[in-house]
Write a protein that binds this ligand. Structure first.
Ligand SMILES: Nc1nc2c(ncn2[C@@H]2O[C@H](COP(=O)(O)OP(=O)(O)O[C@H]3O[C@H](CO)[C@@H](O)[C@H](O)[C@@H]3O)[C@@H](O)[C@H]2O)c(=O)[nH]1
Ligand SMILES: [Mg+2]
Length: 238
């Protein structure tokens, strides 16, 4: 019998002290029978998320909880790249740490990967059965607009290119990252466009994204401008 794969869950945090312990407890519940580690990448959050992360490490042990903090807020995409360098898993699972991404989907991602030997499994809000709860109109327009513009210019056969709830085969994640130039939220889109161009096997599963209850989104005007720049670069420069 082949060895059961090992999974590394990457948790990027910036001011998530209330959410982090809940997300970790839920991951532990849903992955009880699945070999895994959790890597927390905190960017020196002013709210003290790092202390909460340290307490979780004491509670669950250094094999299960790995802390890879950075000295300041350096962007979501680069947080995943930083954390992945320490991952021991055959597969990486990336997700938000504000309960927008429910850990109950992780076993579904794993099952789907196994069914078709996929390289990437994407959680999609835009498939039938998926959706968004709690976003205002402005935020819906930003998300739909980003996906629409990407479809218009680059036509990836993927319904949700901006979401951050994904499973990657680690070897492919590393290869794609070595080609990626973006550091912020636009990273997700660039990774998918490059994965499609590399003919990787990609599956999507519907997810419901629930807007955060505690804390604030870190998506601002600068991230939107960087997204527009990223799509244009991929469209015209490659
Ligand atoms: N370490 C680190 N973590 C960060 C940073 N910026 C954000 N995060 C963490 O990344 C996760 C997502 O951040 P949010 O600020 O909650 O993002 P959002 O506005 O809800 O956006 C979500 O939806 C977008 C698509 O519609 C996604 O593009 C985005 O990745 C995310 O999933 C959270 O766990 C947050 O703490 C950063 O610079 N550094
Ligand atoms: Mg959020």
């Amino acid at each position: 019998m082949s060895k059961s794969p090992f999974y590394s869950i990457l948790l990027p945090t910036y001011n998530e002290r209330d959410n982090l312990p809940v997300v970790v407890a839920m991951i532990e519940q849903y992955l009880r029978d699945i070999p895994h580690e959790i890597i927390i990448i905190d960017d020196n959050s002013p709210d003290g998320t790092q202390e909460v992360a340290t307490a979780l490490q004491h509670q669950l042990g250094p094999e299960r909880i790995i802390l890879k903090p950075r000295s300041g807020k350096l962007g979501l995409g680069s947080a995943y790249i930083h954390g992945s360098q320490y991952a021991r898993g055959d597969f990486l699972i990336i997700m938000d740490v504000d309960l927008s991404h429910h850990p109950r989907y992780i076993p579904t991602f794993i099952e789907r990967q196994r069914e078709g030997d996929y390289d990437i499994v994407i959680g999609s809000r835009y498939l039938p059965g998926g959706g968004v709860a709690g976003w205002n109109l402005k935020r819906k327009i930003i998300s739909c607009g980003a996906n629409y513009v990407t479809q218009l210019l680059l036509r990836p056969p993927i319904s949700d290119v901006t979401g951050s709830f994904r499973l990657y085969r680690k070897s492919h994640f590393d290869r794609l990252v070595s080609q990626c130039t973006s550091k912020g939220y636009v990273f997700q889109m660039e990774m998918i466009v490059r994965a499609v161009n590399a003919n990787l096997r990609i599956a999507e599963v519907p997810i419901i994204f629930v807007d955060r209850i505690y804390g604030e989104s870190k998506l601002g005007g600068q991230e939107i401008a960087l997204f527009a720049k990223g799509v244009l670069q991929l469209t015209f420069l490659e």
